[in-house]
Each structure stands twice: as C-alpha cells, then as structure tokens.
Design a protein. Structure first.
Length: 312
C-alpha cells in the first residue's frame, strides 16, 4: 500500500514537472463581453509563463462554460475563467448541472471590477446617507435601472435595498447603455453601473457619482468614497473574475498553475493592461477564493431568495 501511494504521488509530481506539454484551453463566456475581454488579457499575459499557446474557448453564457470544465479531464489543460455567475447560477435557476463548490478546484480570484453608484443630476441626494434618507422619506418613489435578471447591476441594487431597508423600484433594460441613458435623461433615478461605463458620464457632468461598491477605495475611481464608508457599513459588491480547474486536479499541478497565474498578475505591465480595461488585479490563493465564494453564496443567496430573483 505504501509503495502504491508513493507511485501515485510521484506520478502527480511528474505531471506537474512536465506540465504543460501542449496548448492550454481557457473556457469562458461569449465573445465581446467583459469576461471575454478579461480572459483574453489574462491569456495573453500568461502565455510566456506557461511556454505554450493559451486558447480562449468562448461559449454561450450561462451554465455551458462551467459544465464543460466540471466534466473535463483534471490534467490542467482545460481551465475556466468566469464571473461570479458560476457559483450564483444554482441560486438563480433550476437544473444547473454542476455544484460550484464540489465540482471545481479553485485557482485564484484573478481580478475585479467595481460598480459605481450613480444618480441622475436632478436627484437632491449627494451622498449615500442622503440617498438612503430620501428613499426612506419617499418609499416606492425612487427607482433604479438594471440590465438582466440576476446580473451585476441588479444584484448590487438589491443588496443595497436589503441592507439599507429601503423601498426602491427596479426598472429593467435590455442593455447597459439603455439603462445609463435612462438615468442620464432623468427617467430613472439610480444605477449601480460598471466603473468603465459610468465614470465617463460622471466626468462629462451628465451623472453624479455617490460611491464605489468595493470594500476599499478603488484606483479606478480616485477620490470616490465607498458605499460602506459613506452610509451603509458592510456593503460590498463588484464584478469578479475567477479561475478554476476541474475538481480532482492534483494539488501539485493546481499549485503550479496558480503560481504561474498569480505571478503574472503581479507584474507591473499586467496590472497596467488590466487597469486599461477597467480591472483591478487580485491574485488570491485557492483557499481565499473558496472562502469568498461561500460568503458570496450565503450573502447574495438570501437577497436572491427574498427578492424572488430568477434568471433564464
């Protein structure tokens, strides 16, 4: 038995030492979206570290990317880069074919993109505290714009509504551009927009920004306070981009892949490239990503259930 264990361990070590011997595939969402852009920036950056071609495999958004990687051989040649939707989908729809905790081996929380709380110029609230006070004084009068059911802007607003205990109405739009235009035009009062889409309108004077949604101030929006520090302690929301391997990937191989990716994310040139597309590099440990997922599932799971949010 001892000899068998030794052989197995030496086999795993050899796999890690020889890796990679062929191109690596990163499965991700559809072409053109934020997760596609993020995947391509990271793929280009890590190509040199791995010494092999990194292939970006775009699939329709939803369960498909996660399902492919959950079923893939655990040999390090098929990885997943996804937003938090990979672990939130089981809360938003039925019959998701994977378990986000059991069927993946977390690698790293690679990057994040904060949202910004923006309001139409005519709204008298200039701070988060003033916005909450106004919403409490006029229950059901204020509204917020969002895109798809269960999307980032939707969940950020619903988390705000739940934590602040305010009654604000959702106005859904098909696209982020239409939603922002409605806030700019004054048809809608509030939006939790991505920093990349919202801040140009703030700089041009067409929107007012009250806060950024990350726990710490963001270099992407210098001078903008956090929601948590300006009226709603404990609030946190951001678009996150995480990397996974199949669940049974050997620890030595997982650790090797993790190190190559995190070392790349720490490079100054990589930070600059991510910053240009509205992203902050993170580079967490696998354990930190696991803990983040579990907290996120618990916290947003309650919001999703209480608000009755379902996604097709």
């Amino acid at each position: 038995m001892a000899l068998s264990c030794l052989v197995a361990l030496s086999g795993h070590a050899a796999n890690a030492q020889d890796y990679p011997r062929k191109p690596i595939r990163i499965v991700t969402g559809g072409v053109g979206g934020s997760v596609d852009v993020t995947t391509r920036v990271i793929a280009q950056g890590i190509t040199g570290a791995f010494g092999q071609q990194i292939i970006v495999d775009n699939r329709a958004s939803g369960v498909i990317p996660g399902d492919i990687v959950a079923r893939a051989p655990a040999d390090g040649y098929t990885l997943l880069l996804s937003t938090g939707i990979v672990w939130l989908l089981p809360l938003l729809q039925d019959r998701v074919p994977y378990d986000p905790v059991k069927d993946f081996s977390p690698l790293t929380l690679a990057a994040l993109s904060p949202n910004v709380l923006v309001v139409t110029q005519s709204l008298p609230a200039k701070t988060v505290k003033e916005l909450i006070a106004l919403a409490k004084a006029k229950p059901g009068v204020l509204n917020y714009a969002s895109t798809g059911d269960g999307g980032g802007a939707h969940l950020a607003a619903e988390l705000f509504r739940a934590m602040a205990d305010v009654n604000i109405e959702r106005i859904p739009y098909k696209g982020g551009g239409d939603a922002l235009n409605a806030v700019i035009g004054g048809q809608v009062h509030i939006m939790f927009a991505t920093a990349a889409s919202g801040m140009p309108h703030v700089k041009s004077g067409r929107l007012n920004v009250l806060a950024v949604t990350t726990t710490q101030p963001s270099a992407l929006v210098p001078g903008v306070p956090t929601v948590a520090a300006s009226g709603l302690p404990g609030y946190e929301s951001a678009a996150v981009f995480a990397m996974f391997a199949p669940a049974t990937t050997p620890a030595a191989l997982r650790d090797l892949i993790h190190k190559k990716i995190v070392d790349t994310l720490a490079r100054a040139d990589m930070k600059e490239r991510l910053f240009k597309v509205g992203l902050e590099p993170v580079g967490s440990s696998p354990d930190e990503l696991t803990a983040f997922m579990k907290i996120n599932i618990s916290r947003l799971g309650k919001v999703i259930r209480d608000a009755g949010i379902r996604a097709e």
